[in-house]
Design a protein around this ligand. Structure first.
Ligand code: FE
Ligand code: FE
Ligand code: ZN
Length: 300
């Protein structure tokens, strides 16, 4: 089982991310190379990177299972303000270089929101931008995340993702499935083999390079995109376990992006990462009805 979560990338960069992942019992992890909400990025420290590589070897963690996520504000679909669109392009080009420095092979990207444009126009903007960004010489691949279809998000159907893949000239492009997004977009996650069969008719399964495993706070087809802890949402524990253990995607890293836990039921602020306990529950294959309490107990 290749399982991990998104982890922080602080002053100790990928070394800190790795140590956090190890503390959760993970053998995969996903990081933003800075804050998820902004594009300020510090210089990659090669000493920290080589120390991390050594520690990864000692712990048998493959670089294939380390994923980068591009910040949310990068939007390739909206060309209304050309400056912003051009900035997104140069940011992603630079992010590919940074990932190459870190040795990371995959960057997850939200395809983008078309805002005032039609989805069709938005998708054309995405394709045009990606053809500026990616080349076959890159050692890092951009993988497009399937989206919930909130607002004007592009990439909410397999067909939309396929259109983008077809328009990109380089083969350095793949797909990241997100179970919460797929559910909210209207796909049935209760029979994943059936879903994969219909997916494979449109996009070859070997294009899938990462799976975000999240439960959903909302019913199928609501286009909301609110993640829930594993087994605490509408997809449910058994369905998510079957996805994680699916034979066809067994070599694809599974990444949790489930919400942090508050200190108590009256507190709104989410402060405790649930990943150690969630990963333990997933490895055991048995739903833990006391997950929230155990996380609180652990960090108290
Ligand atoms: Fe994402
Ligand atoms: Fe996701
Ligand atoms: Zn999401």
């Amino acid at each position: 089982m290749i399982i991990g979560s998104h982890v922080r990338f602080g002053s100790t960069q990928i070394l800190g991310s790795l140590k956090e992942a190890l503390s959760y019992g993970a053998n995969a992890f996903m990081l933003y190379t800075g804050a998820p909400q902004n594009t300020f990025r510090s210089k990659i420290d090669s000493n920290l990177t080589s120390e991390a590589k050594k520690l990864m070897q000692e712990n048998n963690i493959s670089m294939d299972n380390v994923i980068c996520h591009a910040p949310y504000i990068v939007n390739l679909a909206n060309k209304e303000k050309e400056d912003a669109w051009n900035f997104s392009i140069s940011f992603l080009k630079n992010e590919i270089r940074r990932c190459e420095e870190l040795g990371i092979k995959y960057i997850v990207l939200h395809p983008g929101s078309s805002v005032k444009y039609t989805t069709e126009k938005g998708i054309n903007n995405i394709i045009e931008a990606l053809n500026y960004i990616i080349s076959d010489d890159d050692k890092c691949m951009i993988i497009l995340e399937t989206m919930a279809g909130k607002g004007s998000e592009c990439g909410k159907t397999i067909e939309e993702v396929k259109t983008i893949l077809d328009g990109v000239k380089s083969s350095n492009i793949g797909v990241c499935l997100d179970t919460c997004h797929l559910n909210d977009a209207g796909y049935d996650m209760s029979n994943f083999d059936l879903f994969l069969d219909s997916f494979a008719k449109i996009i070859p399964l070997d294009k899938i390079k990462c799976i975000h495993v999240n439960d959903s706070k909302n019913e199928r087809g609501t286009h909301k995109d609110r993640h829930a802890n594993i087994g605490y949402g509408t997809i449910g524990f058994d369905n998510l376990i079957k996805i994680i253990n699916n034979e066809k995607l067994k070599d694809v890293p599974k990444i949790l992006e489930t919400p942090y836990i508050s200190k108590n039921d009256n507190e709104k602020e989410l402060v405790y990462p649930p990943y150690k306990q969630e990963i333990a529950m997933i490895k055991k294959g048995e739903f833990n009805p006391n997950l929230i309490e155990e996380v609180r107990e652990y960090y108290k």
